[in-house]
Design a binder for this molecule. Sequence first.
Ligand code: UFG
Length: 330
Amino acid sequence: MKPTILVTGGAGYIGSHAVMALCDAGYRVVVLDNLTTGFAWAVDKRATLVEGAVDNVALVRRICAEYDVIGVMHFAGSIIVPESVENPLKYYANNTAASRALIAAVVACGVQHFIFSSTAATYGIPEEVPVKETTPLAPINPYGRSKLMTEWMLADVAAAHKFNYCALRYFNVAGADPHGRSGQSTAGATHLIKIAVEVATGKRNHVSIFGTDYATPDGTGVRDYIHVSDLATAHLRALEALFADPTRSHTLNCGYGKGYSVLEVLDAVRRVTNLEIKAEMAPRRAGDPDCLISDNREILARFPWVPEYDDLDMIVSHALAWERKLAARP
Ligand code: UFG
């Protein structure tokens, strides 16, 4: 058995996929999750679930000591951009302050490796597309700022302590486990592919297309959609890189490096489902950039990360399979 990794937010969407990837790779996994948006059933049975808060320093220290934790993957946090504008202090509490408490607790226990869920929202409306890691960071909402502050804390901690980290800046995460073990399950979805497959299963009536006058080829927003299982694998590769060179930290974009418009995504959903998928034009959503595509050359150069699901129709078909499974639940 490989060593123990503590996964915060391991009952959530991305976290649950990372837990499966870690278990599949032979790691022992302890999940710390308060189950406010995650689900106990989403946690791989091979992992140990501890219900609690990531800023409970005593609890984190107890877990680190009891399970001999050597690395952390920190997924727990709040992720809804409009909510962060209405309730910024929630984001600074759940994302920034909680991360600070967690980092302090694990550093005190001598844990040396840390992987952090960061976001393309740290770039705001980027100055250049594809977005490089060196593109100026200018978050335009509290969500992006709350994550960027944590990146800064990690950099300072790595400079001061025996500690290295990898911050992965996710682009648009979508899809579900190809084996049907987990997927996006939290109610009140705001993400495009999730909403479109909810229309396919009859949970919603239509998709609203937020803006048709963007500076993109068809006027709708363009994003870089990455399959959640490839993202989970990127975390594994990051962990191995942190082990291999403890003197080096990484801040890397995580995307496929290509973009699809809202209309292209809807076409993919129609192709995959063979359904009409009703869509209606709607006004722009505040704070949405025209186009967000990663330059992913840096992660591909640094890690032996080989994406397996870089195919929009496959992403949609896995999201759909999971949505159907959810719809069939009692
Ligand atoms: N969109 C629609 N209709 C919908 C939902 C989305 O037209 O019902 C459009 C959006 O306007 C955007 C694209 O589809 O052009 C993707 O929107 P999502 O809500 O799926 O994702 P975002 O790009 O807004 O969000 C992602 C991450 C966030 C991150 C943000 C940074 O999910 O965590 O990028 O800009 F903060």
